[in-house]
Design a protein around this ligand. Structure first.
Ligand SMILES: C[S@@+](CC[C@H](N)C(=O)[O-])C[C@H]1O[C@@H](n2cnc3c(N)ncnc32)[C@H](O)[C@@H]1O
Length: 465
């Protein structure tokens, strides 16, 4: 984690300087929805201004925690507000800029987050307009220096509520809700039309996809979902995952339909020794174990491996777990290696809208270098004749197609082993001419638009010569 967020070191509902504890308590009691709104504004600032991943902000280890003291319903509401705001941040900022021509004075610049959180509720959530406006005004009045702006906050938000239809109709998915640098990259790589379809798909709420140990049709029937051609079970539920049948018994795991593909591409015999080089939190390694492989799950993050171990325990997966940097890993060659390398993650924006605002183009060069080093190591540690699957959840070609092309140029000990459409449920549009996997968020369309789409993933299968 980076430095602790400073904007509001007070916990939601905590008193401001000069305010008595009794008065703060009374204020929170008078405005039961206020703590969630304060937490949402603070978290939005942490994510966008300080590049804190959204998941980290909601983790019990977050320091300082913006959600400590909130009841579970308020935590869920805070998360909904943040997710909606991040998914449509450009649309919201445009609407605010049109109504705040002179912007906000520096001394109260943090009010932008209060306005963004409130606008997200008005435009995208099922929250009564008057509640969203009223709580934003109350939040503004919590500090003496921002109190004079309460009237402005009220007027701007009421105006947004009145203009809702016009704002939504005028929002351009690619130009408004994707950072300029990323939109330019997608246009360059995929062309204007596909870039726009990616951006449009990223606006949709993602489905809940499961990878089941066996009997996808049975699980789809039991849980009220459908079986995708790729074998994943897709649900549209918002129910808490742990309450769904089969979770506690470890009979399935949550995994995006695209993320479920790379591990399936390794052609392995039961008992084969397989290394997952970047294993945590373990989704792909578990798939390999389900198929009877002897898995060595390696990751350099001991913390993330704790989550992997907990997932494996629930799923009944037995694997060797190793904390190591694969760059310096010493091991006997494996029968196969899966390398799900760290990347910009721009294929996962639908599920993680914070990625659009926390990742920077300057991160790319370092990641590409790391991936290349890991790929070289994967080749070295695969026995002759063994397979390697390299994948990233990125839409950037430097982390996918170009990375593999560069490997094949510099290393003659490995060749591409093309993937067939029959291996990925007939999803031919997701194959490149070289036989590599390239899913885009708008692939796998469905009659019910809420049931379509998947993460953007790249995967290549290689064979050690
Ligand atoms: C994309 S995530 C892996 C997701 C995982 N394969 C799954 O399916 O659940 C990338 C992982 O790479 C790990 N990592 C990054 N650099 C590494 C290195 N040099 N050696 C080992 N692991 C590394 C990170 O800690 C992170 O857990």
């Amino acid at each position: 984690m980076t430095a602790p967020p400073r904007q509001s070191n007070r916990k939601p509902g905590q008193r401001r300087p000069g305010q008595s504890a009794q008065a703060a308590r009374e204020e929170a009691e008078r405005s039961p929805g206020l703590p969630a709104r304060l937490a949402a504004a603070a978290i939005l600032s942490d994510v966008v201004a300080k590049a804190h991943p959204l998941d980290d902000c909601f983790s019990p280890q977050a320091v300082p925690s913006r959600i400590s003291g909130l009841d579970p319903r308020d935590v869920a509401l805070t998360r909904s507000i943040c997710t909606a705001a991040l998914r449509r941040l450009g649309t919201i900022r445009k609407a605010l800029a049109q109504r705040l021509e002179k912007g906000l004075p520096k001394s109260v610049a943090h009010l932008e987050w209060t306005l963004i959180a409130a606008a997200a509720q008005i435009l995208f959530l099922d929250v009564p307009d008057h509640a969203a406006v009223d709580l934003a005004v109350r939040a503004t009045r919590l500090e003496a220096k921002s109190t004079p702006f309460a009237g402005l906050v009220n007027a701007v938000l009421r105006n947004i509520a009145r203009a809702r239809e016009e704002i939504l109709a005028g929002a351009d998915p690619l130009r408004d809700d994707v950072p300029v640098w990323l939109a330019a990259r997608w246009i360059k790589t995929y062309g204007e039309e596909a870039a726009e379809r990616i951006a449009r798909a990223n606006r949709d709420e993602p489905t809940l996809d499961l990878t089941v140990k066996s009997d996808p049709a049975g699980w789809a029937a039991r849980l009220g979902g459908l079986v995708l051609p790729t074998g994943s079970v897709r649900l549209l539920t918002h129910a808490p995952i742990a309450e769904l049948e089969g979770y506690g018994d470890g009979l399935w795991q949550v995994q995006d339909a695209a993320a479920a593909l790379p591990a399936r591409l390794l052609r392995i015999e039961p008992g084969a020794r397989i290394a997952d080089f970047c294993a945590a939190p373990g989704g792909k390694a578990a798939q390999l174990a389900f198929r009877g492989a002897k898995v060595t799950a390696i990751d350099r993050s001991a913390e993330r491996l704790k989550r992997l171990a907990a997932n494996f325990a629930r799923l009944g997966v037995d694997a060797e777990i190793v904390v190591a940097d694969v760059a310096s890993l010493k091991a006997q060659p494996f029968d196969a290696v899966l390398l799900d390398a760290p990347c910009l993650s721009t294929g996962t924006i639908r599920r993680h809208p914070d990625v659009a605002w926390t990742k920077k183009p300057s991160d790319l060069a370092r990641l590409v270098e790391t991936q290349a080093r890991m790929l070289d190591r994967a080749v070295e540690l695969t026995r002759p004749g063994g397979e390697i699957v390299y994948c990233t959840c990125s839409l950037e070609p430097e982390e996918g197609e170009a990375q593999i092309a560069a490997l094949l140029r510099r290393n003659r000990e490995v060749e591409r082993s093309p993937i067939g459409a029959d291996e990925i449920g007939g999803l031919a549009e997701a194959l490149t001419p070289e036989g590599e996997l390239r899913t885009l968020p708008f692939h796998l369309p469905a009659q019910d638009p809420r049931a379509g789409g998947l993460d953007g993933f790249f995967a290549a299968r290689l064979r050690r010569l």
